[in-house]
Design a protein around this ligand. Structure first.
Ligand code: FAD
Ligand code: MG
Ligand code: MG
Ligand code: MG
Ligand code: MG
Length: 550
């Protein structure tokens, strides 16, 4: 059966390949991908070979599996285990001569002339170190920078956790701090300062880094540095009231309790804003009491969300119709507003959202099937089906449970007649619009957008006519607006425990979730090579402990 299955699989593949139209090389549209992260590599994966003339431009010649990056900061996992060279991915998806890659950064986009300008970032002085590329389709997936909120001293004194080098720098600094703290005659006060690690930002990245650090300090340090083992402390600062506040409440409670159990050495400061960072201390403001205080520390890691990169900012200024927001504005087909042929995905982009309230009358008429000027629950449910593509807030609101629909309907029916009139309906729309948040800056979003865009380009053959007004032309080809499907969020919370939130099951936590977490990431890793490396690292650090050489 296995043999037959395998044979069947490969013959289907071969048939698929044979039935695919072959595009002569000079008729292929030029597709340029900016970036080698989650977004761009997912587009690459979903474009058919032989259909386009594809070029990738990225200063980083590898893909980085970011969800495991916090584990690299303390050596649970080695850095080589979570990267995959771009050229290997090209080979895997397309065969090596089909796709060009240039290790350079794009520094200018001429959206009218459909041409980009690129520059070598390696510092090598070649005859050519800057060059131009023409494109028919440009996919911008350059990611984002760290958001410092202009807090003084952050850029100069904080560590970030975004790229591989950041993780390596942190790993070295942690080891250096531990070594310096154990110098002879080091005063106890100073020992405590050196071994106090402050993490700013209670999102998944901040929490995972704090967890890894805590594990390292508890599991490995006592064995090798017995003199300092009682002095370290990890402090997690969050300006909101809860950590992991985008997750289910149960998850953030579990995580806080897990940290708070007194022997765990992680202290959480919520409702606290950082107002300045110096090389040896963090200044904070307690939001409820308005009290300022100073926390001496050896290291401050900053992880509070995303801000646009230089190139993104420049494009927003140059292209008309771009509001000066935090990211490139696209429509639901991921087309950058005001620039034909350019698409943007991932952390550098945001989808413009339609407010339902502005279309209240129209929506009401659409929903009111029997035209009696009232909406019954059934009519309202029908509307949800019809409008969900155009107004994602409907789904965001109702994704958690069907019963929410009934509940909201009853709440909004203030007259209590089991029906909504136009006034009640408008209030309901206001509530739904309020739910509208832009999609989170996650790998899950970026890779789904990449997959969508790959299909969109393949199905239209990047035909400019079709892409100009995709609505009807694409429906017949089965392409609709981009629609995000949240598959769930994992976070490692330390002490061999992880949390998981899935739309169908809700919040889950515990040691077995950590194994699920590991299995999920191991199976998602880009290649067999990285899978093997990753699993080996986990086993190695479990058996032998983490490597404390810098
Ligand atoms: P990136 O993946 O950041 O890729 C950007 C690419 O563009 C890079 O290759 C960069 O070199 C390149 N580039 C930059 N400037 C230029 C230029 N001028 N020209 C050309 N190329 C350029 N998400 C999850 O869903 N789950 C998680 O568990 C998770 N954990 C995370 C942990 C950490 C520590 C971090 C930092 C992020 C995590 N994320 C997670 C978020 C996720 O990594 C990002 O949302 C995702 O990487 C966004 O993909 P992207 O393609 O937009 O950008
Ligand atoms: Mg990318
Ligand atoms: Mg985005
Ligand atoms: Mg009616
Ligand atoms: Mg009513």
């Amino acid at each position: 059966a296995l043999l037959l299955g395998t044979a069947g699989y490969y013959s289907i593949k071969a048939l698929e390949k044979a039935s695919r139209p072959v595009y002569p090389k000079d008729q292929r549209k030029k597709v340029v991908l900016l970036g080698s992260g989650w977004g761009a590599m997912s587009v690459l994966n979903h474009l058919q070979p032989d259909q386009f003339d594809i070029t990738i431009v990225s200063p980083r010649n590898y893909f980085l599996f970011t969800p495991i990056l916090p584990s690299v900061t303390v050596g649970t996992v080695e850095s080589r285990s979570i990267v995959e060279p771009v050229r290997k991915l090209i080979l895997k998806y397309h065969g090596c001569d089909q796709v060009q890659y240039y290790e350079a950064e794009c520094i200018d986009v001429d959206h009218k002339g459909k041409r980009i300008h690129c520059r070598d970032v390696s510092g090598i002085q070649g005859t050519v170190s800057e060059f131009d590329l023409d494109y028919d389709i440009l996919v911008v997936s350059v990611g984002a920078d760290n958001n410092t909120f202009n807090v003084p001293g952050v850029n100069e004194n904080c560590y970030f956790l975004k790229e591989m080098n950041d993780a390596r720098t942190i790993r070295n600094a942690v080891v250096d701090l531990v070594e310096s703290a154990s110098f002879p005659g080091q005063p106890e006060e100073e020992m405590k300062r050196l071994l106090r690690f402050v993490v700013v930002g209670g999102g998944p990245t901040g929490v995972e880094f704090a967890s890894e650090l805590r594990d390292f300090l508890r599991e490995d340090i006592p064995k090798i540095y017995s003199n300092i083992k009682d002095h370290f402390e990890v402090m997690l600062i969050q300006s909101g009231d809860h950590i992991l506040n985008t997750y289910d409440e149960q998850i953030s409670d579990f995580t806080e309790q897990n940290f708070n159990r007194n022997h765990h050495n992680v202290e959480i400061l919520t409702g606290t804003r950082v107002i300045g960072v110096e090389h040896d201390k963090v200044k904070v403001l307690d939001k409820s009491s308005d009290q300022k205080s100073t926390i001496p520390c050896g290291m401050c890691v900053w992880s509070t969300g995303v801000a646009p990169k230089q190139l993104t900012r420049q494009m927003m200024l140059k292209i008309q119709n771009q509001k000066r927001g935090k990211a490139l504005l696209t429509d639901e087909y991921l087309r950058v507003k005001g620039a034909e042929g350019i698409f943007a995905i991932g952390d550098c982009s945001t989808i413009e959202q339609n407010l339902m309230l502005e279309k209240a009358q129209q929506l009401f008429e659409m929903a009111d099937v029997n035209k009696d000027g009232q909406l019954t629950l059934d009519e309202f449910v029908g509307l949800i089906e019809k409008a969900k593509h155009k107004f994602p807030q409907i789904q965001l609101f109702f994704s958690k449970a069907e019963k929410n629909v009934k509940k909201l309907f009853a709440e909004m029916d203030t007259s209590g007649d089991q029906a909504l009139d136009i006034g009640e309906f408008k209030n309901l729309l206001r509530t739904l619009d309020h739910e509208l948040k832009s999609l989170p800056a996650t790998a899950q979003v970026a890779s789904q957008q990449g997959k969508y865009l790959g299909k969109l380009l393949s199905k239209t053959n990047a035909n400019p006519e079709l892409l100009r007004d995709p609505t009807d032309a694409l429906k017949s080809r089965g392409v609709y607006q981009f629609h995000y499907r949240h598959l769930g969020s994992f976070a490692y919370v330390g002490d061999n425990k992880a949390v998981l939130e899935v739309p169908v099951f809700g919040a889950l936590n515990g040691w077995w979730v950590m194994w699920l977490w590991r299995a999920a990431y191991a199976s998602e890793c880009a290649s067999t090579r990285t899978k093997v490396l990753l699993v080996t690292d986990w086993i190695k650090s479990y058996i032998f402990g983490r490597d404390t050489s810098r």
